[in-house]
Design a protein around this ligand. Structure first.
Ligand code: FMN
Ligand code: SF4
Ligand code: SF4
Length: 263
């Protein structure tokens, strides 16, 4: 029996929804988070397909995704079909070109890559209650089956090319993200429930005296802001009036379970 592997990173479930749909259509497919593992992960040999599904940050890869793929040992998977589906809100930038470069450094290459436009979940800058959210969800849902069948049939796509302005933009955004949680605040409506700790894909939150304490290795994914049941977590003064979003197909329980899964 063939075996397949889908790596994902997800804060509000868009990327997890795509990862799940792909995995559901493939034989014997594991879905594994890129969030909690250390680098230098040795992948078992002989996978038929290995995929990477994640949100675009700053027109490129989340820092954690770069680190994770950089640390993978793919030596037993030279004949594998590699694919990637970055999910994004406005511009996917260099996400696919960056993945291809990381794979090439390991003697592999991206066989198939397609960026999927979904709801932009940056609630510091965008209103999550904006009118086009249901339409954007539906448009994304409608595109997923074709992507799934292309991956199933091992379709090839042209090698992605790096685009100049994004090569400059991405490192600048990543610098801001690194210290991101210093800009978070927690209001008096916090109940100490611990949901923020459980949804954080990189274990950046501890509960101290019934309050979240941020540990400064934040990816600025905004999962803690988006999933807090009382909307107690906010980014500066920016997210208070922006509402909250998560992909309608992904439950809190599922996101937590998958973000803590093992390999
Ligand atoms: C910090 C941050 C930066 C983002 N940067 C971009 C970006 O540069 N381009 C874009 O199109 N979307 C950007 N997004 C939106 C996400 O890529 C998009 O909403 C994605 O589908 C979220 O996936 P998730 O639900 O799996 O976390 C950003 C979101 C966050 C939180
Ligand atoms: S999820 Fe919200 S209410 Fe619960 S501990 Fe975190 S900040 Fe407090
Ligand atoms: S602290 Fe919040 S924003 Fe930062 S990585 Fe964790 S869940 Fe994401």
């Amino acid at each position: 029996m063939e075996k397949n592997l889908v790596f994902f990173f997800s804060a509000t479930g868009n990327s997890l929804k795509v990862a799940k749909d792909i995995a559901g259509a493939l034989e014997n497919c594991e879905v594994v988070t890129m969030g909690v593992y250390n680098s230098h992960t040795l992948i078992k040999p002989g996978y038929s397909r290995i995929g990477f599904i994640y949100p675009v940050y700053g027109a490129g890869l989340p820092k954690r995704v770069t680190e994770f793929i950089g640390g993978l040992n793919l030596s037993g998977n030279k004949e594998t079909y590699y694919f990637s589906v970055p999910t994004y809100g406005t511009v996917s930038g260099n996400a696919l070109a960056q993945i291809d470069k990381l794979l090439q450094a390991k003697g592999a290459r991206l066989d198939y890559g397609i960026a999927l436009k979904m709801v932009h979940n940056n609630c510091a800058n965008f209103n999550m209650n904006r009118k086009n959210v249901p339409k954007r969800n539906a448009e994304a849902d409608a595109k997923i089956p074709d992507i799934v069948s292309e991956i199933k049939s091992k379709a090839q796509s042209p090698a992605p090319k790096e685009k100049f302005p994004f090569t400059l933009i991405h490192p600048q955004v990543m610098k801001l993200v690194s210290g991101g949680d210093k800009n978070f605040n927690v209001s008096a409506v916090c109940t100490g429930c611990g949901t923020c700790t459980m949804v954080c894909p990189v274990s950046n939150i501890e509960i101290v005296d019934k309050q979240p304490s941020f540990q400064h290795h934040c990816e600025q994914c905004f999962a803690c802001i988006q999933w807090c049941p009382t909307e107690a977590v906010n980014y500066k003064n920016a997210s208070q009036k922006h509402g909250r979003f998560h992909n309608p197909h992904i439950t809190l329980h599922e996101l937590i379970e998958k973000n803590r899964g093992s390999m």
